[in-house]
Design a binder for this molecule. Structure first.
Ligand code: TPP
Ligand code: MG
Length: 600
């Protein structure tokens, strides 16, 4: 059999270094699936339960490997299912290639079954490159561009291949007018700003008396350099959610997360600094940065469009974070006055005590903060941790103590529910020897994560070790939003939209042949984590958690406090539990009158 377009397409992808594809079949890509079967085991095709999961996995694979994540789906419905996962990659600046089928060229334009205008559909999410191929000789440059643009610009790209084209014999582009002769390969450049700009940045940083640093995912390969700069400047460092693994939390001047899910010392760092250095972060909430004019600003980012977006920076440097910090370091003076640093360290030490007491506060039945608090000291070395969107993201952001060598991520920019399990599966395909832990709310579990446990059951025996745990916070509530409705809107809990059915998640895991562990008493948590992390097979650890522990921001505005009060007055169905339970204890530390309250 001569080489088909499908065969050539895969061969070319292989030359680009692709060896893992997350996907789901359909008649729109039978020509590609057939070619996969003929590809001599060059590829690992990971069969998912839903195409959105394939796209989440591709996004996470890119996050955990630095390579292009690749997902594949059939025409029409399969392609449409990819969209949310692709937006996740796009908003977090991840290189992902989406490959989909399309109806036959002879049928297109005919309102044919499963015919969707896919280039139009992908145009926003894969705006940097989306192409529907129509001729065999075109496919070579289509693959080359899709891969090079994804890799070189950290973008989502999409290739659409009509099904009859996939099966057509491949022909190289003839040497003729109107043909392209493209090649394989891309090496990332070393991007460093000009010396004069580095000197301007150094001048600002050297002049500052109270330097605050904010790091994001763009700094994840610059841990040593961030530490060296922070030491020289006597600075404290806050971490955007996607930058959680940049610095270990045992450094006494790391203030932890920032923003709505953030910490009080991060809030204090930004409130009191006179200089802000932002490195590789698109952290969205300006109100958690210093008020405009309070601090002189320097920002480093690989993407020019991310500069001076959240705070008007005096010096914006386009550059790779590690290389730029290395070039900057010799220009920085060691700050002699360490009073600012001491204050930060005190704030951080105090905050960890607050977190511990919050986590240990009794709740009904288990305080969700304690679930993560008890995990931190038991985290195995080199663990990869993922979180879903929901209240557990607060505990992940605040209570999880990351150590050096670990990785972690979640759906950051898109903040989509349903990402934690596919992320954790992709983590195992990226690093089969690392222990992986996913933190997931029950709503997100019901949305799609449960189905994807079937994928875990299908593949776990192939992994170098079985250490894969999903921890489900069963609070029978869409809790994060319930609290947003109370605190932001002043509305009582609306059971109709917020309450969700009780499901025995651990038993569902057992049905699939995984281990199920159920915890409904806080004293059982420590042993449960130990059992889960030592298990000889993947684990569904279900914890019955209290929905009345508020995932509140590190400071609360007067308006929010009033809203909260009026929500409880106007007949919240959980009023009694809320006022008598952990809510009051936690609120008392953040309501106006306390140090961080009432600033707005
Ligand atoms: C796809 C999607 N739909 C809806 C939301 C809005 N949302 C954010 S968190 C949340 C509640 C999540 O509930 P659950 O998973 O049970 O976690 P909990 O907050 O209860 O811990 C919702 C509905 C979202 N972020 N993504
Ligand atoms: Mg819930």
């Amino acid at each position: 059999m001569s080489q088909t377009v499908g065969d050539f397409f895969l061969q070319r992808l292989h030359q680009w270094g692709v060896h893992t594809i997350f996907g789901y079949p359909g008649d729109g890509i039978n020509g590609l699936i057939g070619a996969l079967g003929r590809a001599n085991g060059d590829f690992k095709f990971v069969q998912v339960r839903h195409e959105e999961m394939a796209a989440f996995m591709a996004s996470a694979y890119a996050k955990f490997t630095g390579e292009v994540g690749v997902c594949m789906a059939t025409s029409g419905p399969g392609a449409a299912h990819l969209i949310t996962g692709l937006y996740d990659a796009r908003l977090d600046h991840m290189p992902v290639l989406a490959i989909t089928g399309q109806q036959a060229r002879t049928a297109m334009g005919g309102h044919y079954q499963q015919e969707v205008d896919l280039p139009a559909m992908f145009k926003d999410v894969a705006g940097s490159f989306v192409c529907q191929a129509s001729m065999p000789a075109q496919v070579r440059h289509v693959v080359d561009r899709a891969m090079r643009i994804a890799k070189g610009r950290n973008r989502v790209t999409a290739v659409v291949l009509p099904n009859d084209l996939q099966e057509a014999p491949y022909a190289e582009p003839p040497r003729a007018h109107g043909t392209l002769h493209s090649g394989v390969g891309y090496s990332a450049p070393k991007v460093v700003p000009h010396d004069a700009d580095l000197r301007r940045a150094a001048e600002v940083l050297n002049a500052g008396g109270k330097v605050a640093i904010l790091v994001g995912a763009g700094a994840r390969h610059a841990t040593d350099e961030v530490i060296a700069v922070a030491e020289a400047l006597g600075a404290g460092v806050a971490k955007a959610l996607l930058g959680k693994a940049v610095l270990p939390d045992d450094l006494p001047w790391v203030t932890g997360s920032i923003g709505l899910l953030g910490t009080k010392p991060s809030w204090e760092l930004m409130s009191d600094c006179d200089t802000l250095l932002m490195i590789g972060s698109g952290f969205p909430y300006s109100e958690f940065l210093p008020p405009e004019g309070q601090a002189r600003g320097v920002q480093i980012d690989l993407e020019p469009e991310m500069l001076s977006l959240r705070y008007p920076m005096e010096v914006g440097l386009v550059g790779d974070s590690r290389e730029t910090l290395r070039a900057l370091l010799p220009m920085l003076e060691q700050k002699k006055d360490r009073a600012w640093r001491k204050q930060i360290e005190k704030n951080v030490a105090d905050w960890w005590k607050v977190l511990e007491s919050r986590a240990m506060t009794a709740a009904n039945p288990v305080n969700p903060q304690r679930v993560v608090w008890e995990l931190s000291p038991r985290l195995p070395d080199r663990a990869i941790i993922t979180s879903d969107s929901g209240s557990c993201a607060n505990w992940y952001a605040r209570d999880l103590k990351i150590r050096r060598g670990m990785m972690c991520s979640l759906s950051g920019g898109l903040a989509s529910m349903g990402a934690a399990v596919p992320y954790a599966i992709a983590a195992k395909f990226a690093h089969p020897d690392r222990p992986v832990i996913a933190l997931v709310g029950d709503g997100a579990m019901q949305m799609n994560n449960m189905a994807e446990l079937i994928t875990v059951a299908k593949y776990w025996r192939e992994w170098a070790n079985p250490h894969w745990v999903v921890c489900v916070f069963n609070n029978q509530d869409l809790n994060q939003v319930t609290w947003e409705q109370r605190v932001m809107e002043g509305d009582p809990k609306f059971n109709v939209s917020q309450q969700i059915p009780d499901v025995p998640y651990h038993r569902f895991g057992e049905l699939l042949g995984l281990r199920g562990i159920f915890v409904d008493h806080p004293d059982r948590l420590a042993a449960a984590w130990e059992e889960a992390l030592a298990s000889d097979r993947p684990v569904v650890l279900e914890v019955k958690t209290d929905p009345e522990v508020p995932p509140l921001p590190p400071h609360i505005t007067l308006k929010q406090a009033r809203n909260f009060a009026s929500a409880t007055i106007s007949g919240d169905p959980n009023e009694a539990g809320m006022l008598m339970g952990a809510a009051r204890e936690v609120l008392s530390t953040v309501l106006p009158g306390s140090r961080s309250g009432g600033r707005h």
